[in-house]
Design a protein around this ligand. Structure first.
Ligand code: AVJ
Length: 314
């Protein structure tokens, strides 16, 4: 992890135009800032998905549990499980035979989630695992004997450009058997202003979240970025459905990063591209599924139609 971080920072900051990967936002501070984002009224994604799980829990549970043999519910990037709990509680009430397997890169997140769940849903069968998505997916291939339901909430796939999203979905498909399911959230195209507001809050939480990349470079790689010399900037292209985040240098400057032994120069108003948050519609999700060897079985949406959870089969 540490070495890829170093390598990718070097690669991204010596490229033109400059870029950094949003996956490095998430250290302890970044995790906390993302929690704060999910609690902001402008960040509609969390509430919409929560509404979907609450409203359609019966139908979703029935779709998951279509054999008597039970299933493993494998959640990639489980986080604090706030949304998932709605579904887990329902499955428990209906006495469904399932094991919940939350997967997260943070062992801390897994431990907290398992502890919280054991208290809130005492009879739950839960077995958390720490790991990266793809490393876990490799391991999943071996679970042939039991039906798998793979769940990815939060429109996390939106951080991937379409070719990468297809790679990701294809790998998920490869780990699935005939009756396995994939349940995944996709944020939908909507009024561009609504999207911009979600990634550009006036309180500055998203700005701090984005700038945590520079913070980490300072702390972990001995950088001397002055965060005040950068501005968070968000654009949304309604044609492609791609929201992009940037950090924009407000003046010419030099930044040194000790452990990389480099000095990076910034022109005034030069950019670092940090994140994409792709928005979708049925056509695009259908196309992604087809390219990945999957097909959509069902979909569920919220009352405003802002967000959708799709159920895929191979
Ligand atoms: C966690 C990737 C789904 O792109 O909406 C929130 C991250 N970035 N605000 C998203 C994020 C800025 C989020 N995902």
């Amino acid at each position: 992890m540490d070495n890829t971080f170093k390598k990718e920072v070097l690669e991204g900051l010596t490229s033109f135009p400059k870029y950094l990967s949003s996956k490095y936002i998430y250290d302890k501070k970044g995790d906390k800032l993302f929690q704060d984002i999910m609690a902001m009224p402008e960040y509609y994604l969390t509430n919409c998905e929560f509404e979907i799980l609450k409203t359609h829990k019966e139908a979703i549970a029935n779709a998951f549990n279509d054999t008597e043999k039970g299933f493993d519910l494998i959640e990639l990037g489980a986080g604090d499980g706030k949304k998932t709990k709605v579904l887990l509680k329902h499955l428990q009430e209906k006495n469904v035979n399932y094991t919940y397997k939350p997967i997260d890169i943070s062992q801390n997140a897994i431990d907290n989630l398992v502890t919280a769940l054991s208290k809130e849903i005492p009879k739950i069968q839960v077995a958390g695992e720490k790991g990266e998505y793809f490393e876990v997916l490799e391991r999943l291939k071996n679970f042939k004997d039991r039906k798998k339901v793979i769940m990815v909430l939060g429109s996390n796939i939106g951080n991937l450009l379409h070719p990468k999203a297809i790679d990701f979905l294809s790998k998920l498909k490869d780990s699935m058997n005939e009756n396995d399911l994939l349940f995944m959230g996709f944020d939908q195209k909507k009024n561009p202003q609504t999207i911009l507001d979600a990634y550009n809050d006036l309180t500055g939480i998203t700005e701090a979240f984005n700038k945590n990349l520079l913070n980490r470079i300072n702390k972990e790689l001995g950088g001397n970025f002055n965060l005040d010399n950068f501005k968070h900037w968000e654009v949304y292209d309604p044609e492609t459905g791609t929201a992009k985040s940037y950090l924009v240098a407000t003046k010419e400057m030099l930044v040194t990063i000790d452990s990389l032994d480099i000095t990076i120069s910034f022109d005034a108003w030069e950019t670092i591209h940090t994140e994409i948050s792709q928005k979708y519609n049925d056509k695009v999700v259908n196309w992604l599924a087809k390219e990945s060897g999957l097909h959509i079985e069902k979909d569920f949406t919220d009352s405003k139609g802002y967000y959708k959870n799709y159920l895929f089969k191979r």
